[in-house]
Design a protein around this ligand. Structure first.
Ligand code: PMP
Ligand code: GLU
Length: 407
């Protein structure tokens, strides 16, 4: 069969691949510590499961409105108004199969062939394929470890041209684990506001996971609340991370600008695509959204402790350079000092992919190699610390010992 050129060169998600590989090794009986998946280890709160079960029992098994039920869209809009300060209504919200699908649809709705989308890197590895599948070109705006993974307004301005259609910002960020301060986001937003047409796509999926304990300046702040950008911002969010609901596949975009033009376009697209998320999930998602402000702080507390532990343990590895995570659940150490060395198992470590492969095979720790997160991320590995303190200690202990044995 002949495959389209669109998919022939398409790479699958490396984060999902590492997660699957670690699970397969565990199924073979290997004692693998998984730092691969960007997936909270907590279980979904019981009350959310309860609402979904009741909805199933009550027969909510037929088609529902494509962009989500009015109740779910209103629950999300109310949260975005009160928590995020975004002036929006239910009709500006489109619920999709995870924030991943929402982001994919946003790119389909905004990007024309030849358009440029500025992505601050290191960045989540799915943005590039999403932009490219929409026919656009990714312009990487590098913010590497030397600048603490934070882009400056000057660098952002330099990356934007008259072909820039959109800029993707993601704070707290995957894979860097870095959150910006409100002032920093405002300064970046001002650059975008200065551009005549660019849309800001603000991926705020980790907004509940910010650690002022690590850096007192950091804060979850939505640029879509700024009057200068309110009409030109699409905000992405979902329940995967903050409510430990990755497998439920609930995410959304909020786009109040131009009388909800992007939300309407997304709804048309989605009506030809998935028709929307499962009907009996919708009331459970609404319950989760309404309880988020009460439920997720406890998880945040635990992640903040893990962030400090990870920073301390990685700080003890001389061959690594690490920025202490101030948000999300990732650390993104630079491992270039290991390149050119040989492992006890006889592997030559010449890239972060080789590092990740060897550390999985020889130390039984799954990490994601930096390559797919952007050019500036090549010499890094991503450690997702969405697991217990004991697993963190064991896993980083194994990495440290293995790294020390490289010659
Ligand atoms: N954005 C970022 C930055 C992410 O790390 C993820 C993780 N998968 C997503 C969006 C999408 O999450 P989901 O599709 O599970 O809502
Ligand atoms: N976003 C998470 C990660 O980066 C989940 C996997 C994915 O969707 O890419 O690990």
């Amino acid at each position: 069969m002949k495959l389209s050129s669109r998919v022939r060169s398409l790479k699958g998600s490396a984060t999902l691949a590492v997660t699957a590989r670690a699970a397969a090794l565990r199924a073979e009986g290997r004692d693998v510590i998984g730092f691969g998946a960007g997936e909270p280890d907590f279980d979904t709160p019981d009350f959310v499961k309860q609402v979904a079960s009741e909805a199933l029992a009550a027969g909510l098994t037929k088609y529902a409105p494509t962009p989500g039920t009015p109740d779910l869209r209103e629950a999300i809009a109310a949260r975005m108004r009160t928590r995020n300060g975004i002036d929006c209504r239910a009709e500006h919200v489109v619920v999709a199969v995870g924030a991943k699908h929402a982001a994919f649809e946003v790119m389909q709705c905004l990007v024309e062939r030849g358009d440029e989308v500025v992505v601050v890197t290191p960045a989540w590895l799915s943005y590039r394929p999403m932009v490219e599948l929409a026919g656009g070109t990714v312009v990487e705006c590098p913010a590497g470890i030397d600048v603490g993974f934070k882009v400056t307004p000057e660098r952002l301005r330099a990356a934007m041209t008259d072909r820039t259609t959109a800029v993707i910002l993601n704070s707290p960020g995957n894979p860097t684990g870095v959150a910006y301060s409100r002032a920093e986001v405002e300064a970046l937003a001002a650059v975008i506001a200065d551009h005549p047409t660019a849309t800001l796509v603000s991926d705020e999926i980790y907004e509940d996971l910010v650690y002022p304990e690590v850096d007192p300046a950091v804060e979850a702040f939505s640029p879509g609340s700024m009057p200068a950008l309110a009409g030109r911002t699409v905000t992405l969010n979902g329940l995967s991370k903050s409510m430990a609901m990755t497998g439920w596949r609930v995410g959304w975009a909020v786009a109040p600008g131009d009388d909800g033009a992007v939300a309407k376009a997304m709804t048309r697209l989605q009506s030809q695509m998935t028709s929307g998320i499962p009907t009996f999930i919708m009331p459970a998602a609404a319950a989760a959204v309404r309880a988020q402000h009460e439920t997720s702080p406890a998880m945040r507390e635990v992640f903040a402790g893990r962030a400090r532990l990870v920073a301390e343990l990685l700080g003890g590895i001389d061959r690594f350079r690490t920025v202490a995570p101030s948000g999300a659940f990732y650390a993104f150490p630079e491992v270039g000092a290991c390149f050119g060395l040989a492992s006890p198992g006889g592997r030559v470590i010449d890239s972060s992919a080789a590092f990740a492969e060897a550390v999985l095979e020889e130390a039984e720790v799954a990490v994601v190699s930096g390559e797919d997160f952007g050019e500036v991320a090549r010499n890094h590995i991503r450690i997702s610390f969405a697991c217990s303190d004991a697993q963190i200690r064991t896993g980083i202990g194994r990495i440290a010992e293995w790294v020390a044995s490289l010659r």
